[in-house]
Design a protein around this ligand. Structure first.
Ligand SMILES: NC(=O)c1ccc[n+]([C@@H]2O[C@H](COP(=O)([O-])OP(=O)(O)OC[C@H]3O[C@@H](n4cnc5c(N)ncnc54)[C@H](OP(=O)(O)O)[C@@H]3O)[C@@H](O)[C@H]2O)c1
Length: 310
C-alpha cells in the first residue's frame, strides 16, 4: 500500500509517498481501508517544527477490513471514522476501536472526517465557554476546519450575535463563506477593534492574537484557548473587566468523560442529518499531492476542511 511520510522536518516539500506492507490490527484495533483523511494545522505545524518525524495522522474515515482481538461492536464492512494516532495518510490505517464511531448510512467519508473530529473540538470549546443563549460570540480562524463548525454551532445554540475573525489571507472569500454559514459580522485580525464587545471568544490562533482577543471581551467575558499556537496573557488585562480564560483539549474529554464525548458526537451527527450543520470541504487532494494539501494550510487559505483521498 502507499502512504505519505517524511524524514526531516520542513515545509510541505519534505513529504513523499512510499510503498509499505499493509499493517495488521493488534488487540483493540481496526484495520481501515481509508477513503478520506483530514489534514490539520497541528500536524502541518509539527512537520515544520518538530525535530523528530511523526506519523502523519489525524482523523480518517473508511471501511473496516479486519479487526484485532478484543474488539467488540465492529466487523469487516462497517464504515467508521475516528482520530488516527499512527500513519493516517495511507491507503490502509489502524484505528483504536474505543476512539472509533460508525458513519451513518448516507454520509460520505469526506463529510465524516470534516465533521466529527473538528466538530468535537468546536462543540467542546463552546461547552468550555459556558455558552448561554442570547450571548455574543467571536470565533478566530473562523473559516478553518474547526472554526466554521464552531460558528454554526454557536448560531444553532442561540447566540444573539456571532462574529467570525480571520487573517487577511483570502479574507474576502472567508467573509463570504462565514456570512453564508450565519456570521453577523466578519473582522480581520489587523482591524483596530473587533466591533462591539462579546461574551466569549473561541480562539484557535494564540500567540500575538491573545491580547486583542481578551480586549474583544465584554466585562465578565470568557476566552477559550484551544490553539496549539501558544502565547501569553497579561493577568492585568483579565483583572480589568473581571475576564477569565480557560483551556480546552478534546483528548482529555475523550479519556476522562467518554459519555460526554459520545453525547457530543451523537449530537453532531443528529444536526448533520437534520441538515442544520454543514461541514465545508475546501479541497480534496490525492495522496501523492499531500504536499499541496499542507501548503494550503500553511498559506492560511482554506475555507473549511482540507482532505486527502487515498
Ligand atoms: N484543543 C484541542 O483539543 C484541539 C484539537 C484539534 C485542533 N486544535 C486547534 O484548533 C486550531 C484549528 O485547527 P484546524 O484543524 O481547524 O485548522 P485548519 O482547518 O487546519 O485551518 C487552519 C486555519 O487556522 C488558522 N491559523 C491560525 N494560526 C495559523 C498558523 N500559524 N498557520 C496557518 N494557519 C493558522 C488559519 O486561518 P486564519 O488565517 O483565518 O487565522 C487557517 O486557515 C489549531 O490551532 C489546532 O491546534 C485544538
Amino acid at each position: 500500500m502507499r502512504r505519505v511520510r517524511y524524514e526531516h522536518s520542513g515545509g510541505p516539500e519534505v513529504l513523499f509517498t512510499e510503498d509499505v506492507p499493509v499493517p495488521s490490527p493488534g488487540p483493540g484495533e481496526l484495520l481501515v481501508r481509508v477513503e478520506a483523511a483530514g489534514v490539520t494545522l497541528p500536524v502541518v505545524r509539527k512537520v515544520r517544527e518538530d525535530r523528530d518525524p511523526i506519523p502523519l495522522g489525524g482523523e480518517i474515515a473508511g471501511e473496516v477490513v479486519a479487526v484485532g482481538g478484543d474488539v467488540r461492536g465492529y466487523a469487516p464492512g462497517d464504515r467508521v471514522t475516528g482520530p488516527c494516532f499512527g500513519h493516517g495518510y495511507a491507503e490502509f490505517a489502524l484505528l483504536r476501536a474505543v476512539m472509533a464511531s460508525h458513519v451513518p448510512d448516507g454520509a460520505s467519508a469526506v463529510d465524516a472526517v470534516a465533521l466529527v473530529r473538528s466538530g468535537l473540538v468546536a462543540y467542546g470549546a463552546l461547552d468550555a465557554a459556558g455558552h448561554a443563549p442570547g450571548e455574543a460570540a467571536l470565533i478566530t480562524a473562523a473559516a478553518g476546519g474547526v472554526g466554521h463548525l464552531a460558528l454554526q454551532l454557536a448560531r444553532l445554540r442561540g447566540a444573539a450575535r456571532v462574529v467570525g475573525a480571520v487573517s487577511g489571507a483570502g479574507a474576502a472569500g472567508k467573509a463570504g463563506l462565514l456570512r453564508s454559514l450565519g456570521a453577523d459580522e466578519v473582522v480581520t485580525y489587523d482591524e483596530e477593534t473587533w466591533g462591539d464587545p462579546v461574551d466569549y471568544v473561541l480562539d484557535a490562533v494564540g500567540g500575538e492574537l491573545l491580547s486583542p482577543a481578551v480586549q474583544a471581551l465584554a466585562p465578565h467575558g470568557r476566552l477559550v484557548a484551544y490553539s496549539s499556537g501558544g502565547g501569553t496573557i497579561q493577568a492585568y488585562d483579565l483583572l480589568v473587566g473581571a475576564k477569565s480564560v480557560t483551556g480546552f483539549q478534546v483528548g482529555l474529554i475523550a479519556r476522562e468523560r467518554p459519555g460526554t464525548y459520545e453525547a457530543w458526537r451523537c449530537e453532531l451527527w443528529r444536526l448533520y442529518g437534520a441538515g442544520a450543520l454543514r461541514p465545508v470541504v475546501h479541497a480534496e487532494f490525492a495522496l501523492g499531492d499531500a504536499a499541496k494539501a499542507h501548503a494550503v494550510i500553511e498559506e492560511r487559505s482554506n475555507l473549511g476542511k482540507v482532505v486527502l483521498i487515498p
